[in-house]
Design a protein around this ligand. Sequence first.
Ligand SMILES: [Mg+2]
Length: 267
Amino acid sequence: MHYLFDHLDTLEAILTGRHVLLLLDFDGTLAPIAPTPHEAALPDETRRELERIVDRSVCSVGIISGRALGDIQAKVGVTGITYVGNHGLEIARPDEKPRRIAMPQFHILLDRLKEELAARLATFPGAIIEDKGCSLAVHYRSVEEKDRPRVKQAVHETVGTFGGEREIRLGTGAMVLELRPPISCDKGTIVLSLLRSEARRRVGKSVFAIYLGDDATDEDAFKAIRGRGWGILVGKPRISYAEYYLNDPGEVLTFLRHLVARHGKAI
Ligand SMILES: [Mg+2]
């Protein structure tokens, strides 16, 4: 795995004459990880840089999060970019009405699942069940370390009683378990769909994707863009489908500044 800032010249050579689709995860990538999802916030400097990217037509931007769409839009608050919520189940493109994959049956199941989880996890202080509209997340960062395996076990058992992985897709993130509908929709499939629509819009110009993410759910995206762009892991180098890394959200901001300086049109 290579440190991105040692390879900016290579990247710039690739970007010459191409249109860039810059895709970013939110938590742990743009915003530092906070004790609870509610407390996570986008640093003001990062918001300003995203606004500059839009204003100066640096590239197309998409933010792809496991959070609910409305939540991620509110946390970022920048217009002119695409927002993807719930790992791809919801999408809002600039100047278009938001779209959500309709799954009425799954919604009924989610309500029952939420009740069952609330009962089972009541004895673990710090466990947070987040209702994201079309999925649930169980956060256990604030649960005492010795209890975390039991929280995970309780979630697995609950999924088991509701028909197992045939009915509910169980995903793992950083200190979170995601309970999603059993359809093939993840950060990888959404990234490919965004790349296709960007290519349709930029006829005659090749589109290059840059995806930044920090988490296990971002691996689907890193894998999907291989050969079509660069995956950049945010965090310590590890085994990953990403070939490049940056250390933290602060370095992501530095990278955004670099893109604006190199590719921003004067205004
Ligand atoms: Mg993340």
